[in-house]
Each structure stands twice: as structure tokens, then as C-alpha cells.
Design a protein around this ligand. Structure first.
Ligand code: ADP
Length: 495
């Protein structure tokens, strides 16, 4: 084996257990599912033995799964709940679904739109404790227990508080915070359900403003913590982005690592993308003009190749700053530019997006809904891609935009800072435009700057497009960083 191949397989001695509430292709509500879908496969390619434990929601396609010949008993406070386990193997990764129909056979993973199920504590105690019980039941003991977000965070607590003297006690706990806004806070009187004594309900552990906080418990107990970008790792150590947990994060800052997500460069490849009107690579990027014209026609915009087109594909939520974009639009529309918005979410924002074509016919158009094909066409047909996020732990939109040659215009927050290099007017370099203040005025200014460069420095824009398309944020690089983190966690755990 060549040294390079060796390096690619340097996880061969590691067993890793991922515990998560969602995972592509089985169930997805956000970026967490993309990470849990891709990272285990990348780790398996590097030689790790990887298992992923997920809840068996009603919507999970059970074709190709087999039922393990065991009944899984999971302590839930003073009682015990029993479930079954389904198993499937894809791309070297073993996925194990915990089946408990009373908990998981529902139309939504966390609750109806805008709400949460009353028994989410039970549901996710069952997941995190059940994943560890499954190790005992199968005699398979991981080196690393990698918990994702609050739903699985208790696993890191159990490793210290319950499993210390069992074979699982040697495993290091790694907790990834995908979004610290979601903390899994429950009324104090539910504490016994966790199976942890009241001695764990102090401000040093699970207590958080009088509630039981699963994420806080995980943060305190994990051997190491990761989050999805270096800048977000720094931002959550202070207000406002720490969302009340900034003090705990600061205390554990030496255990916190920011690791950027990768994207799938095969799926997201403008050279072979069936959604596009024309294929192109970095060398043939001039063919993007065909995609731009197709997008203009599809969205009812003037099919003018010389007008800069600003696109966005986004959840319509407060986090994404689309409300500010809507406020900035009347002034932006006085410029010679076009705007396309694809998004779904907040009904008030959806109504505004829906109205764009009526307000500025031929210049702006909105499409409400989730539309994968149109999303690809916007990445390929836009000159610029808008992401005015209030906060952005990692962000995928800007990575797809770079790949497709739409220069991202991003606010300086989280993963956007770590992945987009701002235009340097002197050198004609950069991969996008970065701005600081999330106000309609600042957004107007940065859009105006990009439009100015488009009209007056076309060679810069073309060079930036090439630079953007050549950027690489691969899962192989991310997985290598996670491997380093696992090794460090193991050294800390096992001395
Ligand atoms: P978040 O996970 O916070 O929503 P990201 O930028 O990390 O934001 O990922 C969003 C992903 O979802 C991107 O791939 C984007 O293309 C896709 N997406 C968001 N909204 C839509 C939509 N309405 N239609 C199609 N794809 C969408």
C-alpha cells in the first residue's frame, strides 16, 4: 500500500458509534442529517468501523433492513422500556434503528410544525441510553461515542455517570453542536426520567435556569466538543450566539474544536447535473450564461445576459436574515440588477417572497416551496448568491454556490467567515463578498459593490468565479479532522 493510501486508511483501529436524531437518506429536517449521512461513510472509507444509531421513525423506509434477534431493554428512570432493533449496511456503515412505535411512529420527528412533542425527553432518553444498551446487548464496544446535538447529548453523561465501570467506560464521548439554539430543556420534575440522580441536577451539570438541559449535560461531560466551523466555535463562547450557554462553553473552550462540513462533489457537480440547461466546468464556465438565460426565462425575468442576477435558496427563518433582504429590496431594485428567491418557512416571509414578481415584474421573482431542481438552477444561473444570515453555524448554501460559480455575498458570521474570502479590489482576488452589519443599508451597499464590480471589473469577477469553483471543502478533509479529534479524545480518556 502506498503511503498516501495508508494515510487514507489511518482509522483502521477505531470503532466509532454515532448517535443522532436524523440522517440522510432516512430522515432529514436540516444540515445535521447531511453530516450524519456523510461523515460516517467518510470515516468508513478511512478504515474505521462505524455504527450509526437512529430512531426508527414511521417514515423510515424499512426495505433492506433486518431485525436483530434481541429485545432491547432501556432503563427510563425507575422503569424500563423495551424496543426492537433494525439493521442495515450501506457503504460500509452499519445503521441501527431503535424501534419503539409508541415513541417514534409519528408524522414528524420532533413535533408538529412550530411545536414539540410533550414526551421528547422520554423519546431521546430512549435513543441515547438505548444506543449504549445496544453495545452491551451485541458485545460491540466502540472507542468513540459521537453524539450529535441535544437529542443524543445524554450519551456523554451516561458514559461518565453510569458506564464508567463497564466496558463502555473506556470510550471517549465526543459531542457535536450543530446549532446551540436547540438545547433540549425540560421541566426539573422530569429529571428522574434520565435515570441520573438529583446530584447531577446542579449548575455544574444538567441544571440550566431551573430546567434540565440535555445539551448542557453533554457539554459538561463530553471528553471533547466539536462544532461545525471554527468561527462558530468562537462565537458561542460569548453573547448573544452562546444563547445562555456561553459561560459553560468558555469553561470548556480548550476542549472545543471547529470542523467545517464538506459537501458531496459528485452530486453537486455542474459538469454532470441533470437539472441544468448546460453543463460546465471551471474551464468552460462561460457556458454558465446558458444556465443564466434559462433561469431568467423560467422565473419571468428579462432575459438580459448583461444584468447581474442575485439569487438565494434558503429556509425563510429569522436566522437567515431574509426579513432584512426584503427591507433592502426597494432600494436594491433601483439598481440595474435582478433578484431570485427560493424559500419556504415563515408564512409572513413567504407572502413577501410570493409578491416579488408583482412588485418588480421582469426584475425580481420569488418561488415559495422546497424545490431541489430549481435550487440547482439558481446556483448555476445566478451571478451572486445572497446569504445575509444573522448566524450560521456552518452553512451549505455558500459551498454549493462556490462550486457552481455563483459568488456568495455573506454576512461575517460562523461558517460563512471560514469559507468565503472577500473581494480584494486591488488584487482582483477573492471568492465572494463579506459584510458585517445586518441592516438594509449595509446589505444594499454590498449588493451595490458587487454590481459595481460586475459592470466595471468584469475580469475580476471572472477570475473570482474561477477561484470560487476551484475551492474544495471535502468530507475527506473533515473526516481527517474528526479522526484527529477522536485520537486526542482517546488519549484524554485513557491517559
Ligand atoms: P440550514 O441547514 O440552516 O437550512 P444550510 O445552508 O446549511 O442551511 O443548508 C441549506 C440547504 O438546504 C442548502 O443545500 C439549500 O440549497 C437547501 N434548501 C434550503 N431551502 C430550500 C428550498 N426551498 N428548496 C430547495 N433547497 C433548499
Amino acid at each position: 500500500m502506498s503511503p498516501q493510501a495508508d494515510e487514507r486508511r489511518d482509522g483502521t483501529d477505531l470503532k466509532v458509534l454515532h448517535i443522532a436524531s436524523e440522517c440522510v437518506p432516512f430522515i432529514k429536517t436540516g444540515g445535521l442529517a447531511d453530516v450524519v449521512g456523510a461523515l460516517p461513510r467518510a470515516l468508513a472509507r478511512m478504515g474505521c468501523e462505524v455504527r450509526v444509531v437512529l430512531p426508527c421513525y414511521g417514515s423510515v423506509n424499512r426495505d433492506g433492513s433486518t431485525r436483530l434477534p434481541l429485545a432491547l431493554g432501556v432503563p427510563m428512570g425507575p422503569a424500563e422500556e423495551w424496543g426492537a432493533v433494525l439493521r442495515r449496511v450501506d457503504a460500509g456503515v452499519e445503521t441501527l434503528f431503535l424501534e419503539h412505535d409508541l415513541f417514534y411512529d409519528r408524522p414528524w420527528p420532533y413535533g408538529p410544525p412550530g411545536g414539540a412533542f410533550d414526551d421528547n425527553l422520554e423519546r431521546f432518553v430512549f435513543l441515547s441510553r438505548g444506543a449504549l444498551q445496544l453495545c452491551h446487548a451485541t458485545g460491540w464496544y466502540p472507542d468513540i461515542v459521537h453524539a450529535h446535538d441535544w437529542h443524543a447529548a445524554l450519551a456523554c453523561v451516561y458514559l461518565n455517570a453510569v458506564e464508567r465501570a463497564t466496558p463502555l467506560g473506556k470510550a471517549a464521548g465526543v459531542l457535536t453542536i450543530h446549532n446551540i439554539d436547540y438545547q433540549g430543556n425540560f421541566p426539573a420534575d422530569r429529571m428522574p426520567l434520565t435515570g441520573l440522580g438529583w446530584d447531577h441536577f446542579t449548575f455544574l451539570e444538567l441544571e440550566f435556569h431551573g430546567k434540565v438541559s440535555l445539551l448542557k449535560g453533554g457539554i459538561v461531560h463530553a471528553t471533547l466538543l466539536t462544532t461545525v466551523s471554527p468561527t462558530y466555535a468562537w462565537e458561542i463562547q460569548s453573547q448573544p450566539l452562546g444563547r445562555g450557554l456561553e459561560g459553560v462553553m468558555r469553561e470548556r473552550h480548550d476542549r472545543l474544536v471547529g470542523i467545517l462540513n464538506g459537501i458531496d462533489y459528485e452530486t453537486w457537480n455542474p459538469e454532470h447535473d441533470p437539472c441544468l440547461a448546460a453543463s460546465y466546468s471551471v474551464e468552460t464556465r462561460a457556458s454558465r450564461s446558458v444556465c443564466k438565460e434559462a433561469l431568467q426565462r423560467r422565473m419571468g425575468l428579462a432575459a438580459n445576459p448583461g444584468t447581474p442576477l442575485f439569487g438565494t435558496v434558503t429556509r425563510l427563518s429569522w436566522q437567515k436574515g431574509i426579513d432584512v433582504l426584503m427591507e433592502a429590496l426597494p432600494r436594491m431594485m433601483e439598481l440595474d440588477v435582478q433578484v431570485v428567491v427560493l424559500g419556504a418557512g415563515d408564512p409572513a416571509l413567504e407572502a413577501k417572497v410570493d409578491d416579488l414578481a408583482k412588485r418588480w415584474p421582469g426584475k425580481a421573482c420569488g418561488c415559495v416551496g422546497y424545490n431541489e431542481e430549481l435550487a440547482h438552477q439558481i446556483y448555476a444561473g445566478s451571478d451572486f448568491f445572497l446569504m445575509p444570515s444573522r448566524f450560521e453555524p456552518g452553512g451549505l448554501g455558500q459551498l454549493y454556490a462556490l462550486r457552481y460559480g455563483a459568488l456568495p455575498i455573506v454576512r461575517a458570521t460562523g461558517g460563512l467567515v471560514d469559507t468565503v474570502r472577500c473581494y480584494d479590489e486591488q488584487k482582483g482576488q477573492g471568492t465572494g463578498f463579506v459584510f458585517n452589519d445586518l441592516t438594509p443599508g449595509s446589505l444594499y451597499d454590498v449588493v451595490g459593490w458587487a454590481a459595481w464590480a460586475y459592470y466595471n471589473r468584469p475580469s475580476h469577477i471572472d477570475a473570482m468565479r474561477a477561484e470560487a469553483m476551484r475551492e474544495r471543502f471535502t468530507w475527506e478533509d473533515s473526516a481527517r479532522r474528526y479522526l484527529e479529534t477522536y485520537r486526542r479524545a482517546l488519549r484524554m480518556r485513557r491517559g
